[in-house]
Write a protein that binds this ligand. Structure first.
Ligand SMILES: [Fe+2]
Ligand SMILES: [Fe+2]
Length: 332
């Protein structure tokens, strides 16, 4: 069995964690995991005291229970982000994993009654607080943008990039909320595109591309029915493939007919896609990606915004490197 290590400060006092917590010790050089607190027991001050006294920083969760732990972190995200004992990196970790899990669940349930879009809105709200109040949030979150290409990681990356870039552009907190939620949900229409088509290596036929191109409208329709989203969040969903010169889809609108959020999402969507390894193409590093976008795709973008995006990411892009798992990290 695999175990996930967690920092003791991720645990909020007097809560039920929902998964068993273990301590690790070594016997003859082999790790041994000993049950410390059951998932349905209260994690109270007395247990925290034991950890502090024993100078124990890490606890362990069995791999089958990761999901429960991400749910626990989601429920307690405001407490976790307010905890001064946690580093920006640890907070970024929590923010990213919570969102990865919730985006996955939202995409799975999007066509059902059970889907709870308030989870997405709350995550955006707390993440904005983190970004605005913690100067290290930028590098922490950026280094978490994971480069495996699933719709949910891509959606999450877009929201993270969108919020960071939105802050750089001076968007108000309300606007960041609307924009970030739209970014998180921008590709939900892909639930109506067959998986073999989304995962197809090589070029799509015209007919297949026609099917793929329906996802902005499909997403808009699905979300419009949910009623609790701002109209401007939906602009991101319907407009993120519109090109500035009017050659995009679904409506072929151009220039400032495309909402600011639509124009921003077009840039970030392309950037995340081409810096990510997909089934049909390798990943470009940040600097060549920006160059490629500026040289051969400039018809797609509002160039004023694109230049600003390069300024926003440019100085950092030379510091971005990939680790062995293909995760982008900031060079130390
Ligand atoms: Fe899309
Ligand atoms: Fe996308």
């Amino acid at each position: 069995m695999h175990y996930l290590a967690i920092t003791k400060d991720m645990l909020v006092e007097d809560t039920e964690v929902g998964c068993d917590l273990y301590l690790r010790s070594y016997v003859n050089g082999d790790p041994k995991y000993v049950l410390f607190c059951c998932g349905d027991e209260q994690f109270g001050g007395d247990r925290k005291g034991v950890l502090i006294e024993g100078n124990i920083e890490k606890l362990y969760i069995p791999s089958k229970d990761y999901k429960n732990f991400f749910k626990y972190q989601e429920a307690h995200l405001p407490d976790i982000l307010a905890n001064n004992n946690l580093s920006s990196r640890e907070k970024s970790h929590a923010v990213y994993h919570v969102a990865k899990n919730l985006t996955k669940e939202i995409l799975k349930d999007i066509c059902t009654e059970e889907v709870d879009l308030d989870r997405a809105k709350n995550w955006v709200k707390y993440t904005i607080g983190f970004i605005l109040n913690d100067e290290n949030a930028f590098s922490g979150l950026l280094s978490m943008t994971s480069h495996d290409y699933y719709t949910y990681t891509h959606s999450l990356n877009l929201s993270v990039f969108g919020l960071l870039f939105g802050k750089h552009l001076g968007l108000s907190t309300d606007n960041l909320n609307t924009f970030g939620t739209g970014m998180l949900l921008h590709d939900v229409g892909k639930v109506e595109v067959p998986l073999e088509l989304l995962n197809k290596p090589g070029k799509l036929t015209n007919e297949e591309f026609g099917v793929l191109k329906r996802h902005p409208e499909a997403g808009y329709k699905i979300l419009k029915e949910k009623e609790n989203l701002e109209e401007r969040s939906l602009k991101v969903v319907i407009q993120h493939h519109e090109n500035y010169d009017g050659t995009g889809y679904p409506n072929g609108i151009g220039g400032n007919e495309i909402d600011l959020y639509g124009r921003l999402s077009r840039i970030i969507d392309v950037y995340d896609a081409i810096t990510t390894k997909r089934c049909y193409a390798g990943a470009l590093n940040p600097f060549p990606a920006l160059t490629e976008m500026g040289e051969s795709m400039n018809n797609c973008f509002d160039m004023e915004l694109f230049k600003e995006f390069v300024c926003f990411l440019g100085p950092k892009s030379s510091q971005l490197v990939k680790d062995d798992d293909g995760i982008v990290c900031l060079k130390a």
